[in-house]
Design a protein around this ligand. Structure first.
Ligand code: 5GP
Ligand code: MN
Length: 314
């Protein structure tokens, strides 16, 4: 059942011992909204912990509470498990590790089809925006710590207030969080730092850009050998996204011999529908999926699906 914001806040307020989690391969919104809600709940005198079943990128160590993030190990009990920024199927081993009396799912992904107690708000730019709204609903005061974490979620999911999900409401929330002590330059400076090797890898990846569908789509396709060699592919897709005439941008990387990860971005086409046709999901303009097949086949399939979708629209 989709709860109201007030019902969601009520569930949080009634719990004393809360475990928060988010999706594997955590991004700024997953990390920022988990830590932000953790600080808010602690401020209300509750026990709150963040469990993530993945490495948390070091760049986020500027966030207060980063060092307190734990991996799911052994068993632990809680009054309430809160799943943020994803449906419950992408939290790795957390579900198994946490014996909770109740569970709620708070998310802004339009493809989230979770059942149970949910608060799904696809019109919100970030899960952090929902956490921001929950704060006033719970009458929890922002501190410098919670403000910086929630600000980070807003900033990263809106491409630092540039994407089409940037609303006046998001800007007002960000301004309020600055009033509460969040300093934007701390986040942007930490996140724009890149190791030298990553710049070299980017230069290599740019050699692999291919345009297709009459130039309305373009992608970077990295075979297994290349993917293995690269430390990170973060940001590669942004180079493709900005090519003139390109509506759909894609990054495909062969993580294993028979497993490819796909990220897509678009200026108009609904890429979440393309991702969903491969059992993935996401948003209209940013989505992803996993193809359990070899590089050549995956590349062919994803290019065909994108070209078909673009054809259907023209
Ligand atoms: P990214 O390309 O940055 O990994 O993901 C873009 C968006 O699509 C994110 O909002 C992310 O949560 C979503 N997404 C990426 N991969 C998957 C997937 O395999 N399944 C689902 N449901 N969503 C995904
Ligand atoms: Mn998000």
């Amino acid at each position: 059942m989709n709860m109201t914001l007030a019902e969601t806040a009520g569930k949080l307020l009634r719990a004393q011992n809360v475990v928060l989690t988010a999706h594997v391969n955590p991004d700024g919104d997953a990390i920022g909204s988990s830590l932000g809600l953790m600080h808010l709940l602690r401020g209300l005198g509750k026990e709150a912990a963040v469990l993530l079943d993945d490495d948390v990128p070091k760049a986020f160590s500027i966030l207060p509470g980063y060092e307190a993030i734990q991996r799911p190990e052994g068993e632990r009990s809680a009054d309430l498990l809160v799943i943020l920024d994803t449906a419950p199927d992408r939290i790795g081993g957390v579900a198994k590790c946490v014996q909770a009396d109740a569970c709620i799912n708070i998310d802004h992904h339009r493809t989230n089809a979770a059942e149970g107690d949910t608060y799904l708000a696809p019109d919100r730019a970030a899960t952090a925006e929902i956490v921001y709204e929950l704060a006033s609903e719970m009458k929890a005061a922002f501190t410098k710590d919670s403000a910086l974490c929630i600000y980070t979620g807003l900033a990263t999911d809106t491409g630092f207030f540039r994407y089409s999900n940037t609303t006046a409401r998001v800007m007002r929330a960000a301004a309020h969080l600055m009033d509460c002590g969040a300093e934007p330059h701390i986040v942007s400076e930490a996140l724009e730092q890149k190791p030298y090797q990553m710049i070299c890898d980017t230069a290599e990846a740019l050699q692999h850009i291919e345009r297709f569908a009459d130039g309305r789509a373009a992608g970077i396709f990295l075979d297994h050998e290349t993917t293995e060699r690269m430390e990170s592919t973060e940001g590669f897709i942004d180079f493709v996204r900005v090519i003139e005439g390109v509506d759909v941008a894609v990054l495909l990387k062969a993580k294993e011999e028979k497993l490819c990860r796909v990220s897509m971005r678009s200026k108009g086409t609904d890429v979440s529908a393309i991702a969903a046709s491969f059992d993935g999901g996401g948003h209209m303009r940013a989505a992803g999926c996993t193809l359990k097949m070899g590089f050549d086949e995956a590349k062919k399939r994803i290019m065909a699906a994108i070209a078909d979708r673009l054809e259907g629209e023209s």
